[in-house]
Design a protein around this ligand. Structure first.
Ligand code: ADP
Ligand code: MG
Length: 696
């Protein structure tokens, strides 16, 4: 293993590099921009650009690109070379402050949800100096935000940055009112855990569905899935280990703190968790992580699947978003400490989150909504499509006491007695783990577990930050108007707990009892993307986002539009791929196998050994009946696809996809999967689940 500290961040134009390469006053001025949001002077930009270029060229870069996160959910880049032709025919390497600060990619090819007509193609990217530039594929990548000519936001990063500012401002305001004299800034910290599948590349290539849609649209359950629980935390196979090692090195070079790695529950499934960072850096790093995972896998003859549900019948992949807030002097606002009862900051912040989550249930669900993730939520492998919070018994007891206006007892930390002489006993955490909750308090942070593996983490953190900023803000209003801050805080906490405790649930979220209980409590259950996304434009949500200047109303409408459009497009592509596979691969294979069997029936008849319960004859009959059904279901799916009204608005179109298209796809799949169990391997046109899941 090479020297980790030496390679760590070696491809990043980070603070060390800047401090070493920028003139003092430039460096300091840039810092003021980064830390205090002061606008950037062009002379500073010129100096930074020149230093960046020299550094990048030394590292072998020839090009630069603005790197941004449009609403496709993945990153976009447009490369320009540093080359600048001179009048005497020579070239020099150039990069100006203007080129660093602003880019003008053609915006018409990115989704805008009707915000921008195609004739207004102009879009702008603008440098985000809070995220370091880095080198990837011999290009200097400059993290930027992306907006239209009219200033409408067209990316995922801008709202995230705005929400970080909102929660910072409101948290500082509240903490000051509560007597904190040290606080000047509150940062959002995020650590996203990333799940993924690794399959053999050659096997993968033989499946049209995986190649085109990222998930298997057909596939019978293998005899062995994950029921033996022998993969989770199991020994990592050498080929996977080699992949993980190279992945770590590549990520370290980019300054991503990749830390833990282990096998996940399903066969061929793995997880990577970084050390947490500020939310916008975490969002950038997570995008890079997903990209590098795919590239490194490819080098190892593997394919990395980031789809939420590549295989039916085994767990899909999610992303766990660990979220917290911490002050400029390093205090985590959600750290309960030894005596949570006496920790007013913690209790107040906790209540603010409870209120925020209850009020913004729908928004958190929307931030986790996509056609791919619909397969996971509520399928007893991921939280249900109902938002709730897990706090654990101890904290719940404390909140009960506060609600009653009492001051509960501080419990002594319990000890786990190992019962083995040589092993030390150890202190129990205040909260046990609950892996079924959508949003679990895990000791000093909240773990949001509903995101799909391919998601950008920007959306959910935008929602969390904004909703919590709003709670802080309204509480601060009350404190400013009251006579006695301490009394008002107690009153507010008690009221808040009464009003919003319905969102707390410490039991098993995978059970039917919880679904019933949640309905009784009046919580939202939004089963599909088509059910969830339309709520985005509700008055309550528009008010929240416009009040804190995160989105304008038309930006919200456009995002809603894009999400629904994407849902329909994904399902449409999947349906077409299924039709193609059914007609060109499955049907011919089944017919060819049936012919072989029929030949055998004929032979048996000729030699007079064919009875009424003859095996070949029974099989032939069964295959024939199923083939007819397959044919009929293919025709039904075909007419359902053709029945999609091209003029329908996104609301109608998404409802059609949910109510008609998805059931027609499921019906076709179920008969094809049954045929797969009957047809010989020699005839079956593509690799089975067993081959895909146990081949690496
Ligand atoms: P588990 O798998 O039990 O959920 P991990 O250790 O795999 O736990 O992941 C925990 C994640 O939470 C890591 O990415 C870690 O960096 C992150 N994390 C820890 N503390 C904080 C914090 N204060 N703010 C945000 N994220 C945090
Ligand atoms: Mg986790």
């Amino acid at each position: 293993m090479r020297d980790v500290p030496e390679i760590f961040g070696s491809l990043v134009f980070n603070d060390d590099v800047m401090s070493a390469r920028l003139p003092r006053e430039i460096y300091e001025s840039l810092h003021r921009t980064i830390e205090e949001g002061k606008s950037l002077d062009i002379t500073v930009a010129n100096a930074v650009a020149a230093a960046m270029k020299d550094w990048a060229i030394e590292k072998g870069a020839t090009h630069y690109t603005h790197w941004f996160q449009p609403l496709t959910g993945i990153t976009a880049e447009k490369h320009d070379s540093f080359l600048s032709p001179q009048s005497d025919g020579r070239v020099i390497m150039e990069f100006s402050g203007k080129e660093l600060i602003k880019g003008e990619p053609d915006a018409s090819s990115f989704p805008s949800g009707g915000l921008r007509e195609t004739f207004e193609a102009r879009g702008y990217t603008a440098w985000d100096p809070t995220s370091y530039a880095f080198i990837k594929d011999d290009s200097l990548c400059i993290p930027t935000i992306f907006c239209s000519f009219g200033g409408e936001v067209l990316d995922k990063k801008t709202p995230l940055l705005r929400s970080m500012e909102a929660v910072n401002a409101k948290a500082v305001r509240l903490l000051k009112l509560m007597g904190d004299e040290q606080v000047t800034r509150v940062n959002t910290t995020v650590g996203p855990e990333q799940e993924y599948f690794l399959v053999d590349k050659e096997t993968y290539k033989k499946r049209r569905d995986l190649v085109v849609t990222g998930r298997s649209l057909f596939g019978a359950k293998p005899p062995k899935g994950q029921e033996l629980d022998d993969h989770y935390f199991g020994v990592i196979k050498p080929r996977v280990m080699a992949f993980m090692q190279e992945l770590n090195v590549e990520l370290w070079k980019l300054g991503v703190y990749a830390k833990t790695e282990h096998n996940e529950a399903a066969p061929a499934q793995h997880e990577l968790a970084p050390v947490f960072a500020t939310a916008n850096i975490a969002a950038d790093h997570n995008q890079l992580t997903m990209e590098i995972m795919k590239k490194v896998a490819d080098k190892h003859g593997l394919t990395c699947l980031l789809h939420e549900k590549p295989f039916a019948g085994v767990n899909g992949s999610g992303k766990h978003n660990n979220w917290s807030l911490s002050t400029n002097y390093g205090k985590n606002l959600f750290k309960p400490g030894k005596k949570p009862q006496d920790n007013k900051t913690f209790l107040v912040c906790l209540c603010a989150v409870i209120e925020a989550v209850d009020r913004s249930q729908d928004l958190l669900r929307i931030a986790s909504a996509s056609a791919g993730n619909d397969h996971r939520l509520g399928a007893a492998e991921a939280p249900p499509a109902i938002i709730s919070m897990f706090l654990g018994d101890e904290l719940t007891e404390i909140l009960d006491a506060i609600e009653r206006g009492e001051h509960g007892e501080n419990k002594k930390a319990e000890t786990v007695v190992t019962g083995v002489e040589v092993l030390p006993d150890f202190k129990k955490d205040t909260t046990d783990r609950n892996r079924t909750s959508p949003l679990a308090f895990t000791g000093n942070k909240f773990e949001f577990r509903m995101l799909g593996s391919s998601f950008s983490i920007a959306d959910v953190n935008t929602v969390l930050n904004t909703a919590v900023a709003d709670s802080f803000d309204r509480l601060a209003d009350r404190l400013e108007a009251c006579g006695d801050v301490e009394k008002e805080l107690d009153k507010w906490m008690s009221e808040t707990i009464t009003a919003h405790k319905r969102i707390i649930y410490n039991g098993n979220n995978y059970t039917q009892e919880w679904v019933k209980e949640a309905h009784r409590r009046g919580l939202y259950e939004l089963k599909t993307t088509a059910d969830a996304v339309p709520l985005f434009v509700n008055e309550k949500n528009v008010e929240l986002f416009t009040k804190h200047k995160i989105f304008t109303k038309s930006e919200i409408t456009s995002r809603c539009e894009i999400m629904l459009e994407n849902y329909c497009k994904v399902l449409h592509i999947e349906a077409l791929t299924m039709l193609e596979m059914a007609r060109k691969e499955i049907l011919p294979a089944v017919i060819s196998y049936t012919n072989d069997v029929a030949k055998n029936v004929k032979l048996r008849k000729e030699i007079g050994v064919c009875s009424e319960n003859d095996a070949a004859l029974s099989l032939c009959r069964k295959l024939t009946v199923l083939t007819d059904t397959l044919y009929a279901k293919t025709a039904e799916l075909d007419s359902t696809v053709n029945g999609m009204d091209r003029t329908a608005d996104s609301l109608e179109a998404s409802a059609y996809c949910r109510d008609r298209l998805v059931p027609a796809m499921n019906a076709l799949r179920s008969v094809a999967d049954e045929l797969e169990t009957l047809v010989s391997d020699k005839h079956w046109p593509y690799p089975t689940y067993s081959e895909l899941l146990f081949n690496v």
